[in-house]
Design a protein around this ligand. Structure first.
Ligand code: ADP
Ligand code: MG
Length: 455
């Protein structure tokens, strides 16, 4: 019945409006924007959604709520059935490409995106507790680029999967949305290209390269530290893309608030969207990841060896991979099966407990200067500019906290400074910690790095 059809559709529309009021705009547009009404009957409403991922997510998160709203409106129970929409070939233009052109597009898309590593896919990314927030956000973005979490910033320590995830978004969008232009670049490359474009007076080309894309992926934005011109350029690129509703995803090895000498306007833009963090994987996730790597490399490794590695290496995934690679190389070279004994013997350097080795002041100076974008010499040197004063105080403070050296010895390692200078520096840091909530996380993150690098 025609009138019946209309009323079911209007129930659905009203239910949508109610839900939109209950949840955030971002959530709504991520999950609900792409839903289409298909049909309705006395018992069921049929809807179609853009992908099975969205279907699963909606079913898990919102189905009871949706059915409850519908029951309220209809006065009786109505179940909801989802089907998956066929992908439209074009999202940005309304013109349907010709069949020939479509086929051609599809076949060209089997090729690999030139800037992306084909190994970095969602299929190869193991999701565990430590990374599920970042991984699910990345998945959602890849299904609906530009509509929900925009911009998105993924941050976390080295080797935890930032590059893998951001490239997985790129690979997936490149494959699934043939008409969308995807660009991936590290901040270092972006900065180099920018400088080159000034030298060669090809600024226009450079701007077009990054402002005329649908999905821009920028890796390692912590390296924007101290690069003012590049920051300025990225700021304008950001605005152009943001205004055009284009998707942007950034990665960083630390929270944006910890990136020093970043312009406030750029900082506030990075913080505008969704910020998700990656944590080191727990034991179970490490086992799952390592088992997958063993499978991918098509080698035979006893379970007890996998367990040994995962028990002893808890820093990050890259270190797990390194240990595995070393074992496999050894086994191949000497033509032996990998046993527990061989693993123990070959991996003893990997397993060395960082705390067993004494931390040196030199290591602290290296890590701290790198973190603040200074040179090691600056930190040890005589200059007293503001830019070095605070990092130097931090390094002195950490030298007192993490080593057994006296204030006199510490002073000696910092360009022969007096022990009172060291005491003063430690006092300064302690005072600042009381008033500035950013200091402690910074110190913690530095301590973590120092310990990791002391292995
Ligand atoms: P980051 O960019 O954070 O330093 P990467 O993305 O380069 O780290 O990851 C380091 C290595 O670990 C890569 O080879 C990547 O494929 C792998 N890796 C990280 N996390 C996972 C995961 N959850 N599942 C499978 N492989 C992972
Ligand atoms: Mg990386």
């Amino acid at each position: 019945m025609e009138s019946g059809r209309r009323s079911y559709e209007s129930f659905w529309k009203q239910a949508l409006k109610d839900i939109a009021e209950d949840i955030s705009d971002q959530e709504f547009s991520t999950w609900f924007r792409g839903i289409e009404y298909v049909s309705g009957s006395d018992t069921q409403i049929a809807l179609s959604v853009p992908s099975s991922f969205i279907k699963d997510q909606i079913s898990q998160r919102y189905l009871p709520k949706i059915e409850e709203k519908l029951a309220e409106l209809a006065g009786h129970e109505l179940s909801v059935k989802f089907s998956i929409q066929k992908k439209s070939a074009s999202r940005t233009t309304h013109e349907e490409p010709k069949a020939g052109a479509k086929a051609e597009e599809a076949s060209t898309r089997k090729r690999q995106h030139p800037q992306l590593n084909k190994e970095y896919t969602f299929e190869r990314f193991i999701i565990g507790e430590s990374n599920s927030f970042a991984a699910n956000a990345s998945l959602a973005i890849s299904k609906n680029p530009g509509t929900g979490y925009n911009p998105c910033l993924i941050y976390g320590g080295v080797g935890l999967g930032k590059t893998h995830l951001v490239q997985a978004i790129g690979n997936s969008v490149y494959r699934e949305f043939p008409d969308l232009k995807v660009a991936y670049v590290t901040v270092e490359t972006f900065a180099n290209e920018f400088i080159l474009s000034i030298q060669k007076k090809t600024g226009h080309q450079f701007k077009n390269k990054y402002r005329l894309v649908d999905v821009l992926l920028i890796d390692d934005i912590q390296f924007l530290e101290g690069k003012e011109g590049t920051q300025e350029e990225l700021f304008h690129t950001f605005n152009a893309l943001y205004d055009a509703n284009k998707q942007m995803v950034f990665t960083s090895d630390r929270p944006v608030s910890d990136i020093r000498s970043l312009s406030d306007r750029l900082r506030s833009r990075f913080e505008r969207g969704l910020n998700v963090d990656l944590q080191p994987p727990n034991y179970e996730t490490r086992i799952a990841i390592l088992n997958r790597k063993v499978e991918e490399k098509k080698v035979k490794i006893p379970d007890e060896v996998v367990e040994l590695i995962c028990r002893n290496i808890n820093t990050n995934v890259r270190d797990l991979e390194k240990a595995l690679t070393k074992l496999i190389a050894y086994a191949e070279l000497v033509n032996k099966h990998i046993t527990l004994e061989i693993a123990h013997q070959q991996l003893k350097d990997f397993f060395a407990q960082p705390s067993q080795k004494n931390i040196t002041i030199e290591l602290i100076q290296k890590i701290v200067s790198e973190y603040f974008g200074l040179t090691y010499k600056d930190l040890r040197g005589k200059r007293r500019t503001k830019a070095v004063a605070f990092p130097r105080q931090v390094a002195m403070y950490l030298s007192r906290e993490l080593t057994e050296y006296s204030t006199t010895e510490v002073g000696g390692e910092f360009g022969g400074r007096d022990h009172t200078t060291v005491m003063h520096a430690c006092q300064k840091i302690e005072d600042r910690m009381k008033i500035d909530p950013n200091i402690e996380p910074t110190l913690q993150s530095l301590v973590k790095r120092i310990k990791e690098n002391n292995a």
